[in-house]
Design a protein around this ligand. Structure first.
Ligand code: DOR
Length: 432
């Protein structure tokens, strides 16, 4: 995927927490790698012999890494493909995505993993990594062949879309994952606490008469898994944390020195139960949008580091599926193309999170979690994966996306902060 071209990303403010850097630098790229970061007065010679990517007035950051993407291949190609997900990712400043295994069939065996890796290599314009299922068919009955999946290149294990409900089975998965050096990503939800639920147990859903699931459905599994992480020594990562109590549990696990981390989605940071217009299924998501106090606690936890990452949980669904009405429509919202705009508008511009913390949460930390040694940083020698962002540019989210789907709760929203260009291995894969 790497390009041989010499390129200079010129005139931008480089924000790179991996080297504690926030300064005007020109990024010289050669052979698909970062060659040097040059102070503006040093770059004239390089500029004469390189192709220029204009970053005047922009922030230049290490390529964003999304820990949570539903690319829908195989089985869901009418909603998304590896090719379309990768285009959406590139437009959103993401240079690496971790694809979830809740496909049809589930990604639960090395042969399918090999096929998908080859397909991504051919079709995708960003790096696509795969999480494999933790249990066969994601059915929660017996573990997948974790050692062979690790050997075939799986980057994580998860039954995302549902939790590994049986605690004994979760323990076995985590023991095996620890042996193979894989992260276990848990979708924390005890379904018995919210059977048939389609909304957060709070005043908004009560008023609408919707079946509800309480915060405790999430936090009870968070606490169980923190205990199992301590017992097994497994590297645990909590997907889409949505409740204030779950964020507090994560902070407690960190105080105990456990290798437990968590992610939060842009929609849980930006929206709450009161923001759902009527029963618009483009706001239906699992975990559900919760209360204002939850949203504010998530923002604080992300700022303080109790929550480590922002991940989109990009979950495309066809317009027909979403038109089925609130109760029947599948949960999930798009995220790749709006994440930067939403997080800058809601958190960074209002001063709720620093630029460096933002980049850490969307690039440096995900690289560390997945053990991607040449990513998440613009230090010389690293892969030339980068995003150029126009922080002051305002735009209105259109109702059509590079994703094959349109199920975004942000359609029509006015956002401040736009991705100008994205580079993967020194190749421009998106430019406005
Ligand atoms: O809203 C969601 N959609 N949550 C999940 O856990 C799964 C995802 C999907 O696959 O659509």
């Amino acid at each position: 995927m790497a390009s041989d071209k010499r390129l200079l990303i010129r005139g931008g403010l480089v924000v790179d927490p991996s080297q504690n850097l926030e300064a005007q630098r020109d990024v010289l790229i050669e052979g698909g790698k970062v060659r040097a970061l040059l102070a503006p007065r040093e770059s004239a010679r390089a500029a004469a012999s390189a192709e220029i990517v204009d970053a005047a007035g922009c922030w230049v950051v290490p390529g964003l890494i999304d820990l949570h993407v539903h690319a829908r291949e195989p089985g869901g190609e009418s909603a998304e493909t590896l090719a379309s997900a990768s285009k959406a990712a590139a437009a959103g400043g993401f240079t690496t995505i971790l694809a979830m295994p809740n496909t049809e069939p589930a990604l639960d065996n090395p042969a399918l993993l090999e096929l998908l890796k080859a397909k991504a290599e051919r079709d995708a314009c960003v790096n696509v990594l795969f999480a494999a299922a933790a249990t066969v068919g994601r059915k929660g009955g017996r573990p997948t062949d974790i050692a062979r999946l690790a050997a075939a290149g799986a980057k994580a294990l998860t039954d995302d879309g549902r939790a590994v409900a049986d605690a004994g089975l979760a323990r076995r998965v985590m023991e095996w994952a620890a042996d193979c050096g894989l992260v276990f990503i848990e979708h924390c939800e005890d379904e018995s606490l919210g059977r048939g639920a389609v909304a957060h147990e709070g005043p908004a859903a009560l008023k609408k008469g919707l079946a509800m699931s309480p915060w405790a459905a999430e936090t009870s599994v968070v606490l169980r898994d923190i205990a199992l992480a301590e017992l097994t020594g497994c590297r645990l990562h909590l997907a889409h944390v949505s409740a204030a109590q779950s964020a507090a549990a994560l902070a407690w696990a960190k105080e105990r020195g456990l290798a437990v981390s968590g992610e939060v989605t842009p929609h849980h940071l930006a929206l709450c139960e009161d923001d759902v217009p009527g029963q618009d299924a483009n706001f239906k998501v699992n975990p559900p949008l919760r209360g204002k106090a939850d949203r504010d606690a998530l923002i604080r936890a992300l700022k303080d580091g109790a929550i480590d990452a922002v991940a989109t949980d990009h979950a495309p669904h066809s317009p027909e599926a979403k038109a089925a009405g609130w109760a029947s429509a599948p949960p999930g919202v798009l995220g790749l193309e709006t994440a930067v705009g939403v997080v800058l508008t809601k958190l960074v511009h209002p001063g709720k999170m620093s630029k460096k913390r933002w980049v850490e949460s969307m690039s440096a930390f995900p690289a560390k979690l997945l053990n991607l040694k040449s990513k998440g940083s613009l230090k010389p020698g690293m892969d030339a994966d980068a995003a150029v962002i126009a922080p002051a540019k305002s735009w209105t989210v259109p109702d059509a996306f590079l994703s094959k789907s349109r199920n975004s709760p942000f359609v029509g929203a006015r956002l401040k902060g736009q991705v100008r260009a994205t580079l993967v291995g020194g190749r421009v894969v998106h430019a406005l």
